[in-house]
Design a protein around this ligand. Sequence first.
Ligand SMILES: Nc1ncnc2c1ncn2[C@@H]1O[C@H](COP(=O)(O)OP(=O)(O)OP(=O)(O)O)[C@@H](O)[C@H]1O
Ligand SMILES: [Mg+2]
Length: 295
Amino acid sequence: MANAYISIEAIARRFPAPDGNRTTIFEDLWFAMDRGEFVCVIGHSGCGKTTVLNILAGLDEPTEGAVIIDGKAIEGPSLDRAVIFQSHGLLPWRTVLGNVAYAVASKWRDWSKAQVEEHAKKSIALVGLAGAEHKKPAELSGGMKQRVGIARALSIEPKIMLMDEPFSALDALTRGTLQDEVRRICRDTGQTVFMITHDVDEAIYLADKIVLMTNGPDARIAEIVANPLPAGRARNEVHKHPAYYPLRSHIIDFLVSRSKAFTEELAVPGKVWNRRAPPVVSPGADVAPPAAVTA
Ligand SMILES: Nc1ncnc2c1ncn2[C@@H]1O[C@H](COP(=O)(O)OP(=O)(O)OP(=O)(O)O)[C@@H](O)[C@H]1O
Ligand SMILES: [Mg+2]
């Protein structure tokens, strides 16, 4: 893990339990990410996904262990890391430009107002909101508000973008468009992303790696799924790829049964599983792709 861009090293999070003991949400959790990698985390409600994300954001501290980003241990929130939650969290009294400019000015405190606004406008244009700079959040649709949140996150050029079910409150059409935009922007800018989702197809479309977490308490990273689909995949072609169904079935199967029976799976004689390096699998990778959908 020494050379990883982001390294989660042996983190644990425990909370006081009503019986006076402590509940272990997870412990000895290890995970590493490369620069520019898009990671999605999938697991049942309550397994600890948001807790991991909050620790990465510096909003929560691990009870044990550490997270290293670009060679430095995390100590509290930082403008190196941008968080996008399910709700947009915009300042209602500021315009679109005002909201994004506020973040830019916090990051680059010596910039002039003109420099700040110019930079903010670039991020706003990137998410397709050029022309809406002077609108207030109340005048925007849900999808547009979420776009402003994304523009604000991108504007501070974070080392990592942390997203907690960012599209779950949106209708399917808007969600699709925003997934396309986020994928395009992250690929173009080499943005490193850690995103939580409950939507298997969203993870398959967006992620380079999909982290499968078992049910808590004492949740684990059971496996890391390396996405076998071509990097240049298009949304309307994904389901035509021969690896798509093996991949999708593997993840659904994990969520339906393996996520809760994982400790029994570990008890099988001969099973090798290491908390520090969970297996990397790539279901469907052996199926030859038709030329039409190869990147
Ligand atoms: N401050 C806290 N005090 C006690 N328990 C907590 C606290 N915060 C979280 N937990 C517990 O930690 C566990 C993991 O919570 P977390 O929010 O990380 O789950 P999640 O995987 O994000 O779930 P969801 O998919 O529903 O968002 C839950 O059982 C939750 O009750
Ligand atoms: Mg959560």
